[in-house]
Design a protein around this ligand. Structure first.
Ligand code: PLP
Length: 405
């Protein structure tokens, strides 16, 4: 982009640190879009990758199967609540959401219900950059407004979180349910659409309404999964079980591209048929890549052998304490924290690039977007580094806020 500062050459990464080619070292506040949950270059994942690359970095997953994928599928099924135990692997978050939507629509087609072809999604949502997922992102904030008119028409509406919006959602469903395959939501935190939080009760409402109208409920946990929102998965934290879940981002501990779409047994039953064309119509080339599955298994080991969820709780208090000085300051609209997510929302950011450069000048890697300065550090970050990050956020936000007022 002509309007952006040139990208910064980085040579090496370790723990919560980025080592730049010019010798500078940055403390990383966002863990590469919150993927590197154990910090960079964790020796346990590196060893697992080394072992797997010697044996079989890749083999096709059509007609063949392998232990790294079977093991990972079993473990994800075990970790997820209810009967979410049928796993489909793909290679990016957007594709995992595409697969979830296709699964929901084909589920109804296989049952002979040809009218249930639409997806309901919510303002503030971000579900990916492919054409199918662009249509379920926030139509204004979601980076894709340019493509309106080219995208399939989905229903994007307000989250039912007040008396008024619950009523509006009830009315919408009463009117449209016969044409709706599934309701799609990022549970507890809408991430890249603006780091917006909502209560577990909103998800309970969605579950109740989806069940009442026979629609499927999809949780996109690509942002919230693997401890980020406090519990291992937001659906566990919220105590609400969807019919389909999508995972990616931190699935391989930030090392390789891998994603999963996990369905309940009853969704799976809709495809388990004597009719060949009832099979799920999807098959990415690098489906269940063994190297990526080995990394994901090693990442899950670390959730068992290292106290990750306790670390998230400590990060949550560190963020609350560290970002508190920003609260109520001029130009600052909101400060919010959930799990290992800390957000300072300004009334406005005039020059994003300048703000980003100010952070690099303070030797931290923090990438504000929209009106948001956020932290999603490695779950293994230590107290001192976290303190450094929150101090930098408060200082830069105060400068920017002052400038506004
Ligand atoms: C990042 C993200 C996606 C898209 O994942 P990609 O791997 O970038 O395609 C989808 N949903 C959510 C909630 C995300 O945070």
């Amino acid at each position: 982009m002509k309007t952006a500062l040139p990208p910064i050459p980085v040579e090496r990464a370790s723990g919560s640190r980025l080592f730049l080619s010019d010798g500078r070292v940055l403390v990383d506040g966002i863990a590469s879009w919150w993927t590197a949950c154990h910090g960079y270059n964790h020796v346990h994942i590196a060893n697992a990758l080394r072992r797997q690359i010697e044996i079989m970095p890749h083999v096709m997953f059509g007609g063949l199967v392998h232990e790294p994928a079977l093991n990972l599928a079993r473990r994800l099924a075990q970790l997820l609540p209810g009967d979410l135990d049928r796993v489909f692997f793909s290679d990016s978050g957007s594709v995992a959401v595409e697969v979830a939507m296709k699964m929901a629509i084909q589920y109804w087609l296989n049952r002979g219900e040809r009218r249930r072809t639409r997806i309901v999604a919510f303002h503030g949502a971000y579900h990916g950059d492919t054409f199918g997922t662009m249509a379920v992102c926030d139509p204004v904030e979601g980076m894709h407004a340019l493509f309106r008119g080219v995208l399939p028409e989905q229903i994007v509406t307000a989250l039912p979180q007040s008396e008024e919006t619950v009523l509006a959602f009830e009315n919408l469903m009463a009117r449209e349910a016969g044409s709706i395959a599934a309701i799609l939501v990022e549970p507890l935190v809408q991430g890249a659409g603006g780091m917006l939080f909502h209560d577990a009760s909103v998800l309970a409402t969605l579950r109740e309404i989806a069940t009442r109208y026979g629609c499927l409920l999809i949780f996109d946990e690509i942002f919230t999964g693997f401890g980020r929102s406090g519990a291992m998965f937001a659906c566990i934290g919220a105590g609400v079980t969807p019919d389909i879940v999508t995972l990616s981002k931190a699935l391989t501990g930030g090392t390789l591209a891998l994603a999963a779409t996990i369905a309940s047994s009853s969704v799976f039953e809709g495809f388990w048929s004597d009719e060949a064309d009832h099979a799920l119509m999807h098959g990415p080339t690098f489906m269940a890549n063994p190297l990526a599955c080995a990394a994901a298994n090693a990442s899950l080991d670390l959730f068992e052998t290292e106290p990750r969820l306790a670390q998230v709780a400590a990060i949550e208090s560190g963020l609350k304490e560290g970002l508190a000085p920003s609260r109520g300051r001029p130009g600052i609209a909101d400060v919010r924290v959930l799990g290992a997510i800390g957000v300072v929302e300004l009334e406005k950011i005039r020059d994003l690039e300048a703000l980003r450069a100010r952070f690099v000048g303070k030797n931290v890697w923090i990438r504000p977007f929209g009106k948001i300065v956020y932290l999603t550090p490695a779950l293994s970050i230590d107290k001192e580094d976290l303190r450094l990050l929150t101090t930098a956020v408060c200082e830069v936000a105060a400068e920017e806020g002052q400038r506004l007022s």
